[in-house]
Design a protein around this ligand. Structure first.
Ligand code: KG4
Ligand code: ZN
Length: 400
């Protein structure tokens, strides 16, 4: 191992991308492969779980072979294996987990189970193969994760220590984009399609409602989706108005304007709350992750706000915002360093939350903690006592 950084083989199969990567020292991507299932699920307009699991099974071995070949690495040279254990689709997770456990057993390698959401966060730490070294995000920081299944804002004062600031009370941001894409006839997935359509908007004045939810850091997108649906229905019913084609479809230019208005409403709420959280927690940096973080308008708004505050912002390139294996290598590395190991009983945890409500014992607590984490936990405990142990709401909590 001397002379080189420890190497993790990372596997991601929680949703509709089969991702395999080799990551050195938790940051440097030596090679990665992502087999996307977008074309497979597009005809259904959404992910079909059974098809997803079968496609993972079909592509996981070629993806591994591809990665090992392009890095010129053989499995015995690897120091450990990281695999997504949840949250996600049970059948899809099981493919990756069974594969990782088999490799770990056959090659006598240590294994660690990784939370997919932690992966989206740690994507901001990754460096591409030939990218020059750059500093890692400094703590404390505020991180926004916006994916197809999750939307939440956390404060991080140290590695692996999260304080949930807010989360969606209904749809995830990506889910809202996907539904809006369907409403506008833009196909699947809706996020990238809306982003592209919005660039064609000539008039940029469509105003759709924002749910601010008072001073909380929570998000809500279902009212926005309903407002868009009503707007589309009203414009179609008005039929003869200019910009409406015969045959019950909106004119592409009008679709572009509404796509712009929808994107603007989502981005406005996400960016405003994230920047306010940075101010109120005295963050030293901002981190973005998840598929929706590849949205150019959101990246621009966050980067602009961060620049105005003199804060560095860490947003992975688009291919590391959407699901991939490398991000599991980055998060898995932190878990490895903290001494975590998974046994042959590692199972899928489809509803595994990243942040637990107060009062729930965290069985995955890392054994080694820095002084910042200890101070932070003491502060949290004091806050919890003062608040009378009010649980934070976390959706999809599982029992373990
Ligand atoms: O993180 P991800 O790849 O998968 C999950 O873990 O869910 O996120 C996928 C989501 C989809 O809902 C997709 O529509 C959205 O990310 N997305 C975007 C963009 N690219 C992907 N949303 C808005 N703008 C984009 N450019
Ligand atoms: Zn994801």
């Amino acid at each position: 191992m001397s002379g080189r950084e420890p190497l993790l083989l990372a596997i991601e199969s929680s949703c509709d991308e089969t991702g395999v990567a080799l990551v050195a020292g938790g940051r440097r991507i030596l090679a990665q492969a992502v087999a996307s299932q977008i074309a497979l699920h597009a005809p259904a307009g959404g992910i079909v779980p059974e098809l997803a699991a079968r496609a993972h099974l079909r592509w996981i071995v070629p993806a591994l072979r591809d990665v090992l070949e392009s890095a010129g690495v053989a499995i015995p040279e690897v120091d450990g294996i990281a695999v997504t254990a949840g949250p996600g689709l049970a059948g899809s997770l099981l493919v990756g987990i069974a594969f990782a456990k088999t490799l770990a057993w056959a090659h006598q390698l240590p294994l660690v189970g990784v939370n997919h959401l932690e992966g989206h966060l740690y994507a901001a730490w990754l460096l591409d193969r030939d990218e020059p070294e750059r500093p890692a995000p400094p703590f404390p920081l505020v991180a926004l994760v916006v994916s197809g299944g999750h939307t939440f804002l956390v404060e991080m004062r140290d590695h692996l220590v999260y304080r949930l600031l807010g989360e969606t009370v209904d749809d995830a941001a990506g889910e809202a984009f996907d539904k809006a894409g369907r409403l506008l006839g833009l196909g699947y997935p809706g996020g990238p399609a809306i982003a592209v359509a919005a660039t064609g908007a000539r008039r940029r004045d469509a105003v759709l409602p924002r749910a601010w939810l008072g001073s909380s850091y929570d998000f809500s997108f279902s009212g926005l989706k309903t407002a868009l649906r009503r707007q589309v229905e009203a414009e179609l019913a008005a039929g003869a108005r200019p910009g409406t084609e015969a045959g019950g479809r909106l004119d592409p230019l009008r679709v572009a304007e509404l796509a712009w208005g929808f994107q603007e409403a989502v981005v406005d709420v996400l960016a405003t709350k994230t920047l306010r959280a940075a101010d109120e927690t005295a963050a030293r940096a901002l981190v973005l992750g998840g598929g929706v973080a590849s949205n150019v308008a959101l990246r621009g708004r966050i980067a602009g706000g961060a620049a105005a505050r003199g804060l560095p912002v860490f947003i992975p390139p688009p291919d590391l915002c959407t699901d991939n294996g490398a991000m599991i290598g980055a998060a898995g590395w932190q878990r490895f360093v903290a001494g975590e190991r998974a046994g042959s009983d590692l199972g899928a945890r489809p509803a595994w939350p990243l942040v637990r409500p107060f009062g729930t014992p965290d069985t995955r607590r890392p054994p080694r903690r820095g002084p910042a984490a200890r101070a932070y936990e003491a502060a949290l405990a004091a806050e919890r006592d003062a608040a009378g142990d009010v649980p934070m709401s976390v959706s999809g909590e599982d029992a373990r």
